[in-house]
Ligand binder design. Sequence first.
Ligand SMILES: C[S@@+](CC[C@H](N)C(=O)[O-])C[C@H]1O[C@@H](n2cnc3c(N)ncnc32)[C@H](O)[C@@H]1O
Length: 300
Amino acid sequence: MATMPAATRKPQHDLPLQDSRALMRDHFTEHSGTKYNEGWAKLWEAGDFLPWDRMVPSPALTDTLDNHAYVVGTSKLVLPDGTTRRKRALVPGCGRGVDVMLLQAYGYDVVGLEYASKALEACETYAEETESEDLYTAKDDTIGKGSRKFVQGDFYADDWLERAGLGEHGKEGIFELIYDYTFFCAMQPSMCPAWAKRMSTLLTPNPQANLICLEFPTTKPANGGGPPFSSPSKAYMEHLSHPGEDVPYNDEGEVRMQPFAESGPGALERVGHWQPADTHTIGKHADGTVADYISVWRHR
Ligand SMILES: C[S@@+](CC[C@H](N)C(=O)[O-])C[C@H]1O[C@@H](n2cnc3c(N)ncnc32)[C@H](O)[C@@H]1O
């Protein structure tokens, strides 16, 4: 049974939310456009201000794997000849790698992708420590643990696929599970069309293959800047229905729904949408109720 990491690992977010969000906004105002990836790398290099880093896997992912398998399936992929293999999973912008460790414990062969080299060092340390403490043991002994690889690279480039040992699979349709937690909201709004296109390209066109998005922050005003940028359900819907295309926003920076527009090439279809039973505190309303959503997407 997969267990949670030791309580001694405490996230370093003692700043009030408004202060921490202002610091993030200021940092990325200085690192916008072509300097954006370096902006993330610099935060990891300094290591003293990582306000998104919860140090434990997202409870919403555990809830999804445990209680929504009727939508997302299991780590087992059934091939046309009836044989099976483990699904390949990707966690883009995996940070410290906590969700990578969880998916591995559930039997997936997981790639954790990070642009920041220091984040990858943090992943290896975290993996080593938690394994020596016997955390993240196999969720189901009959399935066992999958493999894991932490890889440096830019989500939008292809070179990391080779480093992940996936070169033989080409450049498209490689992963049967992609988990996005605080990666979409880490993108500047101008990057969202490319984010959707890349997700569509990397996800295997197979009904057993799913992109799982933990939608966060769903209640932040659109004009509040970021990261994290406002990410209501309609933003995921419009971008993933029109991968690579410009999506209309109103003057307040809110996505405009186009319910009657044809889907674009490579569009993903939303096959599940719910509020998880639990999520990190940051994804809850002041009264403790969950504000986040889970959405699950597939090729048509
Ligand atoms: C908000 S953090 C979330 C990290 C992790 N998902 C978590 O919840 O702890 C976003 C992460 O994405 C990484 N990142 C940003 N842009 C990236 C890119 N283009 N390719 C790969 N990683 C990227 C950053 O270095 C950062 O660690």
